[in-house]
Design a protein around this ligand. Structure first.
Ligand code: MG
Length: 143
C-alpha cells in the first residue's frame, strides 16, 4: 500500500486590494486563509498599498499572516521587491524558502506577468473574480 506523499508547505503570498479586500473584506477570505493555515502553508501579504498593514489589522488578517509588505513601487507593477523581502524575513527566522515553493496570488495580470518575467520559478495564481480570491483559486492547496 502506498501512502500519499505529504504535501510540502508553500509560501503563499497574497495581494491585498482586489484579492482579499475591496472597500471592505471579501466575505469568504477569512475562511480561505484559515484553510490555507490549517494546511500548514506560510501566509504573507505583498501589496502596493502603502496602508496594507493598517488594513490587515482592521480586518484581522494580521493574525493569520507572518509578514506584511506594503509599499508603493509604481510605476513598476512587479512584486519582486516584496517577494524578495518576504523570503529574506523567513530566512532570517530560520525558515528555508526557495523560489519554487513561493506562490503569488494576485488579481492583476500585469503584476503577475511583470513578476514572472523576473521570478520564473515562483508559481502564480490569477484571481479573476471581481469578488476576490475564491475557493476554486486555491483548492489544490487546501485539499
Ligand atoms: Mg490587487
Amino acid at each position: 500500500m502506498n501512502l500519499p506523499t505529504p504535501k510540502k508547505p508553500k509560501f503563499v503570498i497574497l495581494d491585498l486590494d482586489g484579492t482579499l479586500i475591496h472597500e471592505t473584506l471579501f466575505p469568504q477570505v477569512l475562511d480561505l486563509m484559515k484553510a490555507l493555515k490549517k494546511a500548514q502553508h506560510h501566509l504573507s501579504i505583498a501589496s502596493h498599498n502603502a496602508y496594507a498593514e493598517f488594513f490587515c489589522k482592521r480586518y484581522g488578517l494580521d493574525e493569520l499572516v507572518d509578514h506584511i509588505i506594503g509599499q508603493e513601487t509604481y510605476p513598476d507593477m512587479d512584486k519582486t521587491p516584496h517577494l524578495t523581502r518576504i523570503a529574506e524575513l523567513y530566512i532570517k527566522a530560520g525558515i528555508i524558502v526557495n523560489e519554487e515553493d513561493m506562490i503569488l496570488v494576485d488579481d492583476r495580470l500585469e503584476v503577475i506577468n511583470d513578476t514572472r518575467a523576473l521570478m520564473p520559478n515562483v508559481s502564480y495564481i490569477h484571481v479573476v473574480s471581481a469578488n476576490g480570491m475564491c475557493k476554486n483559486d486555491i483548492k489544490h492547496l487546501i485539499t
